[in-house]
Ligand binder design. Sequence first.
Ligand SMILES: NC(=O)C1=CN([C@@H]2O[C@H](COP(=O)(O)OP(=O)(O)OC[C@H]3O[C@@H](n4cnc5c(N)ncnc54)[C@H](OP(=O)(O)O)[C@@H]3O)[C@@H](O)[C@H]2O)C=CC1
Ligand SMILES: N[C@@H](CC(=O)OP(=O)(O)O)C(=O)O
Length: 343
Amino acid sequence: MTRVGVLGATGAVGQRFIQLLSSHDDFEIAALTASSDSAGKPYKEAAKWRVDTPIPDSVADVDVLETTPEAVPNDVDLLFSSLPSSVAERVEHGFCEAGYVVSSNSSNERNAADVPLVIPEVNADHLDLIEVQRDERGWDGALVKNPNCSTITMVPTLAALDRFGLDRVHVSTLQAVSGAGYSGVSSMEILDNVIPHIGGEEEKMETESRKLLGEFTGSEIDWHDVDVSASCNRVPTLDGHLENVWAELDDDPTVEDVFAAFEDYAGQDLPSAPSPLIETFEEPDRPQPRLDRFLGDGMAVAAGGVQQTPDGVQYNCLAHNTIRGAAGASVLNGELLERDGWL
Ligand SMILES: NC(=O)C1=CN([C@@H]2O[C@H](COP(=O)(O)OP(=O)(O)OC[C@H]3O[C@@H](n4cnc5c(N)ncnc54)[C@H](OP(=O)(O)O)[C@@H]3O)[C@@H](O)[C@H]2O)C=CC1
Ligand SMILES: N[C@@H](CC(=O)OP(=O)(O)O)C(=O)O
């Protein structure tokens, strides 16, 4: 078993990590950290447990640690990070310097030139950027990021469409409230409403997509030159981001060609990787958040509503934002790090 820790374990995403890791066949939870307010308390007291399965017995009475390299046992091989990005920016480097490999969900440094931003089914080879990172930063550890939840919902479908020459993408999102965290959007704001703005989200989709779809040259990531324009909206669903995508393509695929590209897109042979990665629907009213967010145990991307347009294709896609879009994405990266010998 690989001994793992969770930084920010008491938070909304931290709890998802615990849910996923407590039943993992290869990872064993060996350290849970949070803020100084929680440190020293048993996990069940420090965390207000809000996940829809019971708090695992294996963590309930474990004492929460300070989020410092000194507090985490040396024999922990891999850390998952779900800290607020302002905190992550301050502390993640210290863990990497101390020799820990950190698989982080926080948004800081996702676009840094020497930080691998990875979806294992899309760009597993970008992990080799760790060599460059270690050379440049003098770390024994490493920092690897997964993308933003809206980005990760769309990018596998774009990767599948790239065989037709991806030229330009417009996307409009309908994002669930859990993406903003438990206290992020008040019920008075979101009930009977849609909020047509999510701070920073559009820029994240527009940049992270191009890095993920880029080529690793051996020393750097050559970003894809696709032009991405995003419009992001908060809607009153609990979990599951739905997205309407218009992709302009060099070729002129039929609807059947697009379905085949989605269905043939290869997954990964990793414990948390879904098969298939992209589940398709011919019914025009699918995918839907409530019906389809748990496909592939919350790790699949659902796609449907495929139509030809004058310049390419239009479709809808959906993924579970706190599983495939957050904790599940980091765990999958952890599995890739282990398989490829980076731990
Ligand atoms: N991709 C996605 O869909 C989502 C991504 N995220 C990202 O994940 C990260 C975590 O989000 P979320 O779980 O909602 O946040 P929460 O506020 O629920 O949890 C934050 C966690 O960080 C800990 N923490 C806060 N301040 C400090 C500090 N100064 N030092 C050490 N630990 C600290 C908290 O501990 P304590 O309990 O002691 O305060 C808690 O464990 C963010 O970066 C967020 O942007 C979040 C939601 C969805
Ligand atoms: N902004 C996302 C969630 C999030 O926290 O994203 P990021 O991981 O980029 O910080 C949402 O609101 O749905």
